[in-house]
Write a protein that binds this ligand. Structure first.
Ligand code: 5GP
Ligand code: ZN
Length: 117
Protein backbone atom coordinates (compact mmCIF):
# COMPACT_ATOMS: atom_id res chain seq x y z
CA UNK A 1 0.00 0.00 0.00
CA UNK A 2 1.19 3.52 -0.73
CA UNK A 3 3.34 4.92 2.03
CA UNK A 4 3.95 1.58 3.73
CA UNK A 5 7.48 0.71 4.97
CA UNK A 6 9.66 -1.06 2.42
CA UNK A 7 11.90 -3.93 3.55
CA UNK A 8 14.75 -2.86 1.27
CA UNK A 9 14.69 0.85 2.19
CA UNK A 10 17.50 2.26 4.32
CA UNK A 11 15.46 5.20 5.61
CA UNK A 12 12.47 3.00 6.50
CA UNK A 13 14.96 1.00 8.61
CA UNK A 14 16.13 4.22 10.30
CA UNK A 15 12.49 5.20 10.98
CA UNK A 16 11.90 1.76 12.51
CA UNK A 17 15.06 2.03 14.63
CA UNK A 18 16.63 -1.01 12.93
CA UNK A 19 19.61 1.04 11.74
CA UNK A 20 21.12 3.60 14.14
CA UNK A 21 21.19 7.29 13.28
CA UNK A 22 22.02 10.49 15.12
CA UNK A 23 18.46 11.76 15.46
CA UNK A 24 18.17 15.47 16.28
CA UNK A 25 14.37 15.78 16.18
CA UNK A 26 11.34 13.57 15.76
CA UNK A 27 7.66 14.36 15.30
CA UNK A 28 4.61 12.16 14.71
CA UNK A 29 5.28 12.31 10.97
CA UNK A 30 8.99 13.09 10.50
CA UNK A 31 12.50 12.23 11.66
CA UNK A 32 15.57 14.49 11.35
CA UNK A 33 19.04 12.96 11.64
CA UNK A 34 22.62 13.85 10.75
CA UNK A 35 23.87 12.78 7.32
CA UNK A 36 26.53 10.07 7.57
CA UNK A 37 28.64 11.83 4.90
CA UNK A 38 28.17 15.54 5.64
CA UNK A 39 28.65 18.05 2.82
CA UNK A 40 28.57 21.06 5.17
CA UNK A 41 29.25 21.67 8.90
CA UNK A 42 25.53 21.13 9.43
CA UNK A 43 24.02 18.48 7.15
CA UNK A 44 20.78 17.03 8.40
CA UNK A 45 18.22 14.89 6.58
CA UNK A 46 14.55 15.48 7.34
CA UNK A 47 12.43 12.56 6.21
CA UNK A 48 8.77 11.57 6.43
CA UNK A 49 8.04 8.39 8.36
CA UNK A 50 5.96 7.16 5.43
CA UNK A 51 7.72 5.74 2.38
CA UNK A 52 7.49 7.56 -0.97
CA UNK A 53 10.28 7.47 -3.52
CA UNK A 54 10.91 11.21 -3.66
CA UNK A 55 9.65 14.54 -2.36
CA UNK A 56 7.39 15.28 -5.33
CA UNK A 57 5.67 11.90 -5.04
CA UNK A 58 5.24 12.50 -1.31
CA UNK A 59 3.77 15.94 -2.02
CA UNK A 60 1.21 14.52 -4.46
CA UNK A 61 0.10 11.82 -1.99
CA UNK A 62 0.57 13.49 1.39
CA UNK A 63 0.63 17.31 1.20
CA UNK A 64 0.24 17.76 4.96
CA UNK A 65 3.22 15.51 5.71
CA UNK A 66 5.23 17.34 3.05
CA UNK A 67 4.45 20.58 4.85
CA UNK A 68 5.55 18.95 8.12
CA UNK A 69 8.87 17.97 6.50
CA UNK A 70 9.46 21.48 5.19
CA UNK A 71 8.47 23.09 8.47
CA UNK A 72 10.86 20.78 10.33
CA UNK A 73 13.78 21.97 8.16
CA UNK A 74 13.13 25.45 9.54
CA UNK A 75 12.75 24.26 13.12
CA UNK A 76 15.99 22.27 12.94
CA UNK A 77 17.79 25.18 11.24
CA UNK A 78 16.73 27.33 14.20
CA UNK A 79 17.94 24.77 16.71
CA UNK A 80 21.26 24.59 14.83
CA UNK A 81 21.41 28.42 14.93
CA UNK A 82 21.73 28.68 11.15
CA UNK A 83 21.03 32.16 9.81
CA UNK A 84 21.42 30.96 6.22
CA UNK A 85 20.93 27.49 4.92
CA UNK A 86 19.93 25.50 1.89
CA UNK A 87 17.20 22.86 1.55
CA UNK A 88 17.70 20.39 -1.31
CA UNK A 89 15.53 17.63 -2.75
CA UNK A 90 17.66 15.52 -5.06
CA UNK A 91 15.13 13.86 -7.36
CA UNK A 92 16.27 11.04 -9.63
CA UNK A 93 19.67 9.39 -9.92
CA UNK A 94 20.83 11.96 -12.51
CA UNK A 95 20.43 14.65 -9.86
CA UNK A 96 22.32 12.65 -7.23
CA UNK A 97 19.47 10.86 -5.48
CA UNK A 98 20.80 7.62 -4.00
CA UNK A 99 18.17 6.80 -1.37
CA UNK A 100 14.70 6.48 -2.85
CA UNK A 101 12.75 7.48 0.27
CA UNK A 102 11.75 11.15 0.23
CA UNK A 103 14.11 13.41 2.16
CA UNK A 104 15.11 17.02 2.50
CA UNK A 105 18.79 17.86 2.87
CA UNK A 106 19.34 20.77 5.28
CA UNK A 107 22.80 22.23 4.65
CA UNK A 108 24.40 25.11 6.51
CA UNK A 109 27.35 26.45 8.41
CA UNK A 110 29.43 27.45 5.41
CA UNK A 111 29.16 29.79 2.45
CA UNK A 112 27.24 28.46 -0.53
CA UNK A 113 27.45 29.29 -4.20
CA UNK A 114 24.64 29.88 -6.63
CA UNK A 115 24.10 28.37 -9.15
CA UNK A 116 25.14 25.15 -7.41
CA UNK A 117 26.50 23.35 -10.50
P1 5GP B 1 20.50 11.51 -1.75
O1 5GP B 1 21.84 11.30 -2.40
O2 5GP B 1 19.58 10.33 -2.03
O3 5GP B 1 19.86 12.83 -2.05
O4 5GP B 1 20.77 11.56 -0.20
C1 5GP B 1 20.97 10.43 0.57
C2 5GP B 1 21.83 10.83 1.73
O5 5GP B 1 21.79 9.80 2.69
C3 5GP B 1 23.31 11.04 1.36
O6 5GP B 1 23.68 12.38 1.66
C4 5GP B 1 24.05 10.02 2.23
O7 5GP B 1 25.27 10.50 2.74
C5 5GP B 1 23.03 9.74 3.32
N1 5GP B 1 23.15 8.41 3.89
C6 5GP B 1 23.34 7.24 3.20
N2 5GP B 1 23.36 6.19 4.05
C7 5GP B 1 23.19 6.71 5.31
C8 5GP B 1 23.12 6.11 6.61
O8 5GP B 1 23.20 4.90 6.80
N3 5GP B 1 22.94 6.97 7.65
C9 5GP B 1 22.84 8.32 7.48
N4 5GP B 1 22.68 9.07 8.58
N5 5GP B 1 22.88 8.91 6.27
C10 5GP B 1 23.05 8.11 5.20
ZN1 ZN C 1 11.52 4.03 2.89
Amino acid sequence: MAGEPQDDCLFCKIVAGHIPATVVRETDTTVAFRDINPQAPTHILVIPKVHYRDAATLAAAEPAITADMLRETGVVAGEEQLESYRVVFNTGSGAGQTVFHAHAHLLGGRGMHWPPG
